[in-house]
Design a protein around this ligand. Sequence first.
Ligand SMILES: O=C(O)CCC(=O)C(=O)O
Ligand SMILES: [Fe+2]
Length: 336
Amino acid sequence: MSLLETITIGAIDRIPLIDFGNLLTATPEEKHSLALQIREACVSVGFFYVKNHGLPAKCVDDLLVALNEYFSLPEETKLKLRWRTLENFKGYKPLLGANVEPGNRGDLHEGFEIGWEQLNASTDDDKTAHARVTCGENVWPSEPAGFREAMLNYYHAVFAVGEALYPLFALALDLPETYFDDKTRRSAPIMRPLHYPPQDGPVDDRAVGIGAHTDFECFTILWQQPEILALQVLNSEKQWVGAPPIDGTLVVNIGDEFARLSNDVFKSAVHRAVNRTGIRRYSIPMFFGMDPDVLIEPIPSCVDKERPAKYKPITAGEYLDQRLKAMYYKQMSNHM
Ligand SMILES: O=C(O)CCC(=O)C(=O)O
Ligand SMILES: [Fe+2]
């Protein structure tokens, strides 16, 4: 069945789960079968869970300890690395500092943002050089001890999961498996662990952990804290579908760059997180994109007479820049 023939699938009421168990040793047929499952998930809702992804549990456990200690520091300590003061996108993002959904009262989460960095860098590499050009170097708090190591260990483990996903997405889009290889050499994901404190203010639809939004880049890999139901995804019937944490899984969702590339055949679904459990919640998103000079335009397998190209070509760098500026200028009036 061609890619465009898969579009007729109706609204779904739960997020599909895909088992990556045999990815490392997968035969071409097995890879193809995984790609078809990914295609179905991306065409129908744009979200899926992955199990047996290879991310060591210790990476998550160590990072959670570090995050818990870091976010428990006094606000004035954390504000020393406030991202806006540093004039680059890295560092601490305070509570209510962002508001992705106009009309809301501000997003009830705080975060800490980093990009590519080798744990033990002796020589520079393409990705580090690129990260410096686009957004500056990472900044690190002096406490807790081990924060940098825990962050970077997690970063590189999930980076490997992302690297394994690009060829599967390529196959899912009827592209050659290596399609993204030369388009992702210099780019590297942004990682932004988030802390959603228990919500004690007004509990209504305008006060949420992160307001309704779509992600900007190709795809996002998200770890979410077990047992806390917070993440919700809008399906094609405009109903909120819960994406509850499933132990040992990661959530993957399509972002707007893949939606553009696939002419909206792959859905970049609106999602939000609402933590009304009375317990603090952590989530760890990592946003994967393409090199800044890559031209993003609808690919031929996703365009035909009935579905003409919806998007003009734009480079990944320009697109991301536009989206970031639109978001951050909107928030300038907010006390970031
Ligand atoms: O915390 C979550 O579950 C979602 C976070 C998210 O959507 C984002 O950071 O873009
Ligand atoms: Fe998101």
